[in-house]
Design a protein around this ligand. Structure first.
Ligand code: IPD
Ligand code: CA
Ligand code: CA
Length: 260
């Protein structure tokens, strides 16, 4: 229970910082590429989250996007994205969130994603289901990829590979299948869990983008694999997360197949 309380407290602490600075002036700089941004608020949110976790669990490991990892002798690791959707945030687009997952011995045990602008708090605990503002979540019932509403994201640096993001996107768009691009992988995953999207795929994510969200999809009754079709591991770059019913069709498509 103490883990859950800490997870919620930490998520809320980061989100409070996001809200506080949304309309204010803050510095923005580039990371891996011109448009891979980090703002002063990412760092402030991260600091607020760290303060909560370190207060309750000073010996736990931490992997957080904007700082080096904290590696200690612990079975637990907190995986943190202090703002998922930084480009949205920096442009005043309120589709962004704090995302925190808690891993035990390499297995994701709990995850929380909070978008303070929509007031949507997503939570899952392994084996106990997933919720949105304490209401149980379930993935959609759509069985046909051709009738699906999908979401994806694109990496900051163009991925020039066969079956890359543009090729897969093009195949879907050519068939008239709606594919959204929200700009926050954590929210994309939660919206699959909520049944708003039937499926999500992305070629290159980091552990902090998906740590909480993938568990939320699984606990909402969905299916999550890597691009090889194996059980998803958040240290793998590729992710396919669906309601389960369209999974095989989407899996074939990202591997070079056609829309069936
Ligand atoms: C990004 C978002 C985006 C995804 C990128 C991520 P950030 O995270 O989740 O939706 O397409 O791959 O890097 O940089 O906003 O934390
Ligand atoms: Ca992210
Ligand atoms: Ca981030």
């Amino acid at each position: 229970m103490i883990h859950k309380h800490t997870l919620i407290e930490a998520t809320m602490a980061g989100a409070a910082v996001m809200k506080e600075y949304f309309d204010k002036q803050y510095t923005i700089s580039s990371k891996s590429s011109l448009n891979d941004l980090v703002t002063e608020v990412d760092h402030k949110s991260e600091e607020a989250i760290f303060n909560v976790i370190k207060k309750h669990f000073p010996s736990h490991n931490i992997l957080s996007e904007e700082s080096g990892p904290v590696i200690q002798e612990s079975h637990y690791k907190w995986i943190i994205d202090p703002i998922d959707g930084t480009i949205n945030y920096a442009n005043g687009i309120p589709i962004c969130c704090v995302s925190i997952g808690l891993e035990r011995n390499g297995v994701m045990e709990m995850g929380a994603v909070y978008n303070p602008f929509l007031g949507e708090f997503f939570f899952a605990q392994r084996g106990f289901g997933a919720t949105l503002n304490e209401k149980k979540l379930h993935v959609s019932d759509t069985t046909d990829l051709k009738k699906s509403c999908l979401v994806t994201g694109f990496p900051y640096t163009y991925l020039d590979a066969p079956n890359g993001p543009i090729q897969v996107f093009e195949k879907l768009v050519r068939k008239g299948i709606p594919v959204r691009r929200l700009g926050s992988a954590a929210i994309d995953l939660c919206w699959v869990a909520a049944g708003r999207f039937d499926g999500f795929y992305e070629h290159k994510l980091q552990a902090w983008d998906s740590a909480a969200g993938f568990l939320i999809v699984l606990e909402a009754g969905g299916k999550v694999t890597d691009f090889a079709g194996k059980e998803y591991n958040h240290y793998q770059p590729g992710i396919i997360a669906t309601n389960g019913k369209i999974h095989d069709s989407l899996y074939k498509l990202v591997n070079g197949g056609e829309v069936e």
